[in-house]
Design a protein around this ligand. Structure first.
Ligand code: ADP
Ligand code: ZN
Length: 795
């Protein structure tokens, strides 16, 4: 029964009318340079009068237009035999429609370029007049599955992304659209050499069994020199060939090393296996405290999908950093999963994409963009740490990968598992309203016990002047060190100090291009903007008043805490873990491994350490400043703080029973702090849900943000105001703003925000935004309009 209702974010899009298709195109974005960057490759006399074109196709091309473009198909490209055959096989009489099937990947001329595109799943519109251009080429690539085509359309409609741009996210490895060259090899032609020597005899003896070899492989196997092979090749015994490319990962084994599960784990695993076995759409929330064995349990669902010969996608919030999780896959299935994230080299990327399309890769562990991979036999999607804000992409194309994972699961009609110790409010509401199945792991596995959480009231127990750690935290660290166990100090602020000012004239260092203070990074000797990356060396004199040596850091970042730790515990091995610039993924992975192996005593970390790591020796977690996130003032501030601080304190005591967390705060009465201290997440979330319902906030209501930006402040403000004036009147929708964004300027662009708010999910908020944009008319190239459906950031 629980699947009769749609997940909240789908409420008005699935299977219903596509208002999108009947409305004008999105305003054009700035930057059409790429089109002008002229590829001369496009052929010349390559068009045909529209009324003469017999075979038309609709192609999704990467342009910011709302719909696909029509092209003519050269006769030579038409699949002549296949449709007839299938029709005959199906017992149908009469001609099958003669066209390229939806999902076929083609190359088409676009302006003066040639671009990759996908044959759309909608019939082309025959233009009344004008000339049509021809499809240039059909790539030798498995067509995108109808499930993926459906997902692309849904994604485009929901996130208001031009559909061609959504399709382009699928074609993320252009070189992989053609078969990748394998290893150069030699194939036995069946011919025999003129003369048989002993060496040649040894070579020939191997060939009937295996006719294709690499040159060196064959020489080695026959125990002859490569020159022998070369001579045989000259005599026509071999022709050139290719061995298929190596698999990026060997095939996983479902039952390679299954663990012995506890009773509760076994029940949870069986519930998830059943969901996979159903082979239809359904979402399960796997909820269990940190260290309860969620990963172990969802592996059983993965195994089930493998047994059914289906592919599996596992989304992780920080894939680049989770070496540990990958190693656990390997232990369980004999081989690691294929990885998909921005850190992959181009070669690896192409091979992975291609082999996923060919069905050779069975398990993919990836970041958000893995949602767009061309699986052909997808059977299960898992979203690990589903509450994690990292799933929300907020650049170029705005989307929530957790929600879109559910959407892809729905298109593919398969099981989706969301896993978390602290599920998002949206997910909890889906469970409460019966849309998602709830699978629970109530306690930690083995010796692990949740840490005891204490509160340090900073009003009562302030740290000494010039330091940031209170007496109770320092005492706990000393104790932990004595027991030879690990401490973690958590502060969600990179660098040394978030603000630098001149003590004489009060000058504050800020970014020239953004509304932001420059953050001192002492290790690099730089002042850095965390929004655009602008940086400058820390000067000796104030640029305003010229006074030497009077610049002071204000407030702490992790580097500054590390300095205090060094002072307090000079003998301890301390390590700062944060997503600092200039660090490679490999470097970070090595650092995390050092923590796991116990080569570090004290870790000072940002949210980077909160994500899913298993640090067996960690028994104390100190939160340096719990108030940072609490006062952010957006609708999810409390929820986010609660999730982050639960995750962070949950790093302690995963393998050792006696552990604790201490939270430094100036607001011990805040509901988040009280919930953490009481260990009562349930009550906290229930209260959050009630509040959201009361004020019709998401997921009960809907929101969309419109961000208008331009280098010229007036231009941005003007268009934002125009939008407001032209927006349709609607009783169901409230339009707030425009207001200057809190981050008023970013990368030289002035930003204005409008907020669209609907009281219920039955309103088609996208249609409203489209109508407003259409009414406001085209935007000048200098102005950029971004639409963020279900916004999470209000900066
Ligand atoms: P979660 O994902 O809920 O944080 P994990 O799956 O990481 O929990 O489990 C925590 C630790 O306990 C891991 O080291 C894991 O290998 C171990 N563990 C959990 N369940 C079992 C089990 N049934 N047998 C052996 N080890 C287990
Ligand atoms: Zn900046």
């Amino acid at each position: 029964m629980f699947m009769t209702k749609k997940p909240f974010f789908e409420a008005n899009l699935f299977g219903e009318t596509h208002a999108a298709d009947f409305l004008p195109a999105l305003p054009r974005r700035a930057g059409r340079k790429s089109a002008a960057r002229a590829g001369k490759a496009a052929a010349k006399a390559d068009n045909i009068a529209a009324d003469e074109a017999a075979d038309l196709v609709s192609v999704l091309v990467p342009v910011p237009q709302a719909e696909a473009y029509s092209y003519a198909v050269p006769a030579a490209f038409m699949p002549r035999e296949t449709p007839a055959k299938t029709a005959a096989a199906a017992g149908n009489i009469g001609p099958a429609p003669l066209s390229l099937p939806a999902g076929t990947v083609v190359r088409v001329p676009l302006g003066r370029r040639l671009v990759a595109g996908v044959i759309a799943d909608r019939a082309p519109q025959k233009p009344a007049a004008g000339r049509l251009r021809f499809v240039d080429k059909i790539f030798d690539c498995p067509p995108l599955s109808s499930e993926l085509m459906q997902f692309i359309r849904f994604f485009a409609d929901y996130t208001m992304t031009p559909i061609g741009m959504a399709a382009r996210m699928v074609l993320a490895a252009p070189a992989a659209l053609e078969p990748l060259p394998g290893l150069p090899a030699l194939r036995w032609t069946g011919a025999m050499p003129a003369k048989l020597t002993e060496a040649r005899r040894r070579v020939l003896a191997l060939l009937p069994e295996q006719p294709i070899w690499t040159r060196s492989g064959l020489a080695h196997a026959a125990g002859v020199s490569a020159a022998v092979i070369d001579t045989l090749a000259e005599q026509g015994v071999f022709a050139r060939a290719h061995l298929p490319p190596e698999p990026v990962v060997p095939a996983p084994e479902a039952d390679y090393a299954a663990p012995v599960l506890t009773q509760k784990q076994a029940e949870a695993a069986e519930a998830l296996r059943r969901a996979v076995r159903r082979q239809q759409f359904g979402v399960s929330l796997l909820e269990g405290v940190t260290g309860s064995g969620k990963t172990e349990v969802y592996f059983e669902a993965v195994a089930e999908a493998l047994r059914q010969k289906r592919q599996v996608l596992v989304l992780l919030p920080e894939i680049a950093l989770t070496r540990q999780v990958l190693a656990r896959f390997e232990k369980r299935f004999g081989v690691p999963p294929a990885e998909w994230h921005s850190g992959l080299g181009p070669k690896k990327r192409e091979m992975t994409w291609r082999q996923i399309a060919e069905g050779r890769v069975r398990i993919v562990a990836g970041a958000r963009s893995a949602l767009f991979l061309p699986f052909t036999e997808l059977g299960l999607i898992i979203v690990d740490e589903e509450h994690d804000p990292a799933y929300k992409q907020e650049e170029r194309i705005f989307y929530n990968a957790r929600d879109m994972a559910v959407a892809r699961g729905r298109s593919a009609n398969i099981a989706v598992i969301l896993s978390s110790a602290t599920p998002a409010v949206e997910t909890c509401v889906n469970v409460l309203q019966g849309r998602y199945r709830h699978v629970i792991l109530p306690s930690r596995f083995g010796a692990g016990v949740l840490p005891h959480i204490g509160i340090v009231d900073m009003r009562q127990t302030p740290p000494e002047k010039g330091s940031f750690l209170s007496a109770p935290v320092k005492a706990a660290m000393a104790q932990t060190l004595q027991k030879n166990e690990q401490s973690l100090l958590f502060l969600n602020r990179r660098g040394y100090a978030p603000l630098t000012l001149c003590r004489i004239c009060g000058h504050r260092f800020s970014c020239p291009d953004c509304t932001a203070w420059l953050v001192e990074h002492r290790r690099q000797g730089q002042l850095v903007c965390h929004y655009c990356g602008f940086h400058r060396p820390v000067p000796e004199a104030c640029p305003e008043c010229g006074t030497l040596d009077h610049l002071v850091p204000v407030g702490p970042g992790v580097e500054r805490i590390a300095e205090e730790v060094k002072r307090l515990f000079p003998q301890a091995r301390a390590l700062v873990l944060s997503a600092d610039t200039g660090r490679t993924i490999e470097h970070r992975r090595a650092e995390l491994e050092a923590v796991v192996s116990g080569a570090v005593d004290i870790i000072i970390g940002t949210q980077l350490v909160a994500k899913g790591h298993h640090f067996p020796k960690m028994t104390f977690v100190g939160v340096v400043d719990a108030d940072i996130g609490l006062n952010k003032g957006d609708l999810r501030a409390a929820e986010r703080s609660f999730q982050l601080l639960s995750q962070v304190t949950g790093r302690a005591g995963r393998a050792i029973a006696q552990s604790r967390g201490l939270i430094q705060t100036w607001q011990p009465q805040h509901p988040v702090i009280k919930a953490l201290a009481a260990g009562d997440g349930q009550a906290f979330i229930r209260r959050e849900i009630e509040e959201r319902a009361l004020y019709s906030l998401p997921p009960f209501g809907q929101m969309a943000a419109i961000i208008v930006s331009a280098e010229n402040r007036e231009a941005a403000e003007h268009y934002a105001r125009l939008l407001r004036r032209k927006a349709p009147e609607s009783a169901a929708i409230m339009l707030l703003g425009p207001a200057e964004a809190p981050l008023a300027r970013r990368q030289k662009r002035w930003r204005f925000r409008l907020l669209v708010q609907a009281d219920s999910r039955s309103v088609h908020i996208q249609a409203f935004v489209r109508a407003a944009l259409a009414a406001a008319g085209p935007v000048s190239a200098a102005v950029r309009v971004q639409v963020d459906i279900d916004p999470q950031s209000f900066l």
